[in-house]
Write a protein that binds this ligand. Structure first.
Ligand code: UP5
Ligand code: MG
Length: 189
């Protein structure tokens, strides 16, 4: 592992625009984008022994055990050859957060938080049409509840440390990215 990689956690509810904005950040600021959800979905497709367990958890909107997700993230970090990472959609609960810090020794430079009302996120997810098994109304409701109960506390934890950069996400993609650019142009250490 690179000794002191720069890590930005990109957090926000389901459909808040994490993946969309990470793609823009990569093009402009030289980061490698690691979506924990994409890594887990790739693991299902690869036919790994954990695949069925991961698939069931995603279908229920539940959080996959940290050790599985952290192993995938560590491998992707190593394989990237880069030293700047956007970690998208992780950590999702306090246990994820503490385990990542313990295992990797990495603390995020800051946390980018896309703040979006549920009704807007629901609209986006229901019209995404990319065949995601969790983009149905029953699973979406479960994902929202897990976000409120488990993921928001992680954001609050980093907010108390002055590390959260909050962005109003219910605006057009280009407008949201203008706000994102301002943050990446600042000194954030
Ligand atoms: N869109 C984006 N921005 C828009 C804008 N400003 N205006 C209008 N439309 C906009 O965007 C969603 C949709 O909205 C797209 O169609 C986009 O074009 C449009 P996207 O950028 O994909 O939003 P994102 O926040 O990335 O939404 P995603 O659904 O990926 O968020 P989740 O957090 O729900 O999904 P993730 O893949 O991270 O996790 C899925 C599941 O994996 C979890 O529920 C969990 O079961 C599991 N998981 C873990 O267990 N552990 C992990 O660490 C990570 C995931
Ligand atoms: Mg995503």
């Amino acid at each position: 592992l690179e000794k002191n990689p720069t890590v930005v956690f990109v957090l926000g509810g389901p459909g808040s625009g994490k993946g969309t904005q990470c793609a823009n950040i990569v093009q402009n600021f030289g980061y490698t984008h690691l979506s924990a959800g994409d890594l887990l979905r790739a693991e299902i497709k690869s036919g790994s022994e954990n695949g069925t367990m991961i698939q069931n958890m995603i279908k229920e909107g539940k959080i996959v055990p940290s050790e599985v997700t952290i192993k995938l993230l560590q491998r992707a970090i190593k394989e990237s050859g880069n030293d700047k990472f956007l970690i998208d959609g992780f950590p999702r609960n306090e246990e994820n957060r503490a385990a990542f810090e313990k295992v990797t020794g990495i603390e995020p430079a800051f946390v980018l938080y896309f703040d979006c009302p549920e009704e807007e996120m629901e609209r986006r997810l229901l019209s995404r049409n990319q065949g995601r098994e969790d983009d149905n109304i029953e699973t979406i409701r479960k994902r929202f509840k897990v976000f409120l109960d488990s993921s928001l506390p992680v954001i609050n934890y980093y907010d108390a440390k002055g590390k959260v950069r909050k962005i109003a996400a219910a605006r057009p993609i280009e407008e949201v990215f203008e706000s994102v650019k301002e943050i990446f142009g600042q000194k954030n250490e």
